[in-house]
Structures are given as structure tokens and as C-alpha cells.
Design a protein around this ligand. Structure first.
Ligand code: ZN
Length: 236
């Protein structure tokens, strides 16, 4: 179980860590800034820097077996560090920042488009969400305009924890959320874009919506009678 530093500060680019395990699936650290693939957001890439200055390239980050178990996947052929070794874990920040911006933008898309979200994917520079929506009423230009208005308004984006009891005591809160949070763990991490969107999310986000920059709706696809896929990209 690693200390997941990106949860409290998504802007951390590196941290000192100790290697706790190495096997064919990956390298485990006692603490990390690397986000593992999950919630539609790809895992981080980067390096583990050793005391002698050499680096172990990390090409992917995945969830392991248990809670907060993170596997740093080294490049094929790379010599992994040894258990007990001190390393500096450094993510490829430019890529991660683009992923954070697009991830946060998908929260805004939830606020703009009615209907339950049935799936989604973020990739470098692009993102998409699937909505359970009948009919043809979606307009690319109108959605883009509403999204860019929310981006320009520069709303604050605040992750916060809430206990299961607090959640149960505030039925209004639950009504505003498009996804039912997992309960039974004692607490739930919420992502709150004040007055715009509120939902449980464990991903990495930017601090203000203005950081997203202008986006465009590149395509709206019909994926089945009730399923509409909305594709976004950063405006060039
Ligand atoms: Zn999120």
C-alpha cells in the first residue's frame, strides 16, 4: 500500500521514495506521484531517478491487487532498481497536465449534457463520454459554446472527502451527482466544481477551469439507439 501523493496535490511532479517490491508486473514504491490507470484516465509515464543519476524509464502505471497498490511498469529491457533503494519518482508532467485538463473538462461536459454517463475515455489531447440519451437533439456547436463559457468563467475545482454519514445526511447532495458514490469504505472522495458539477472521482484535476483552455466538440457519434458519444479535443 503506497502513499498516493497525487490525491492531495495533483500538481506534484516528483517525490523521493523507497522501492518496496519488484516483480515481473512492476515496481512498488512506499509513496508515489504516479497516477495508475483508472476512471478513464491513463496511467502516468516518467522515470525513477537513481542515486547515481541514471534513470529507469516508466512506460505505464497500473493498479495492483489491493487498495492503493500501484505498479510502476518499467520499459522493456530496463534494469529495475532493487528493494530498499531510494529513488526520485518523476512523472512526465506535460503529458499529465494535458490529461488533468481534459479530465476536468469531462466533468464540465457532464454538467452541459443531460443523461447518465455510461462510459468515457481520456487520451493525450482528447477525451470522450458516452451518454444514455435517445434522439438526435445534440448540437456540436451549442455544446462547445456552453463548455467554453464554463471554462472562461474560471470556476474553482475542489476535491474533498466526505464521510458516508455526511453523505447520507445530505440527500440534496446525492441528487446533484450523476454517479452514485461507492459507500461502505467510510469515506468518499468528491470532486466539486462549485455550482457546476459534483461527483465522486479519484482522478487528478486542475485547480480552476480556466486552465483547460478552449476546447472543441470534434464529433458526436450514435453508438446504439440510446447511446451518444461526445468527442472533445483541445482547440489548436
Ligand atoms: Zn474527475
Amino acid at each position: 500500500m503506497a502513499e498516493l501523493l497525487f490525491r492531495d496535490d495533483a500538481y506534484l511532479r516528483s517525490c523521493e521514495a523507497t522501492v518496496v517490491a519488484v516483480d515481473e508486473r512492476g515496481i512498488r514504491l512506499d509513496r508515489t506521484v504516479f497516477y495508475p490507470t483508472g476512471g478513464g484516465q491513463p496511467g502516468d509515464t516518467g522515470v525513477l531517478r537513481r542515486a547515481d543519476g541514471s534513470t529507469v524509464p516508466i512506460v505505464d502505471t497500473r493498479k495492483g491487487d489491493g487498495l492503493d497498490d500501484v505498479l510502476h511498469v518499467p520499459a522493456a529491457g530496463a534494469t529495475p532498481p532493487t528493494v530498499g533503494e531510494k529513488v526520485t519518482a518523476e512523472i512526465e508532467w506535460d503529458r499529465r497536465y494535458r490529461l488533468m485538463r481534459m479530465h476536468t473538462c469531462l466533468h464540465l461536459l457532464c454538467a452541459v449534457v443531460p443523461g447518465a454517463v455510461t462510459g468515457g475515455q481520456i487520451s493525450d489531447g482528447k477525451g470522450r463520454l458516452d451518454f444514455d440519451l435517445p434522439g438526435e437533439g445534440l448540437d456540436k456547436a451549442a455544446i462547445a459554446e456552453k463548455l467554453n463559457a464554463l471554462i472562461s468563467a474560471d470556476h474553482a475545482v475542489l476535491p474533498r472527502w466526505i464521510t458516508d454519514e455526511e453523505l447520507a445526511a445530505q440527500p440534496d447532495l446525492v441528487r446533484t451527482m450523476s454517479v452514485k458514490p461507492p459507500t461502505g469504505y467510510g469515506k468518499v472522495r468528491l470532486l466539486d466544481i462549485a455550482g457546476v458539477d459534483l461527483q465522486p472521482c479519484g482522478g487528478t484535476h486542475i485547480r480552476r477551469t480556466g486552465e483547460i483552455g478552449r476546447v472543441e466538440v470534434t464529433k458526436i457519434e450514435n453508438k446504439g439507439r440510446q447511446n451518444r458519444r461526445i468527442n472533445l479535443a483541445f482547440a489548436s
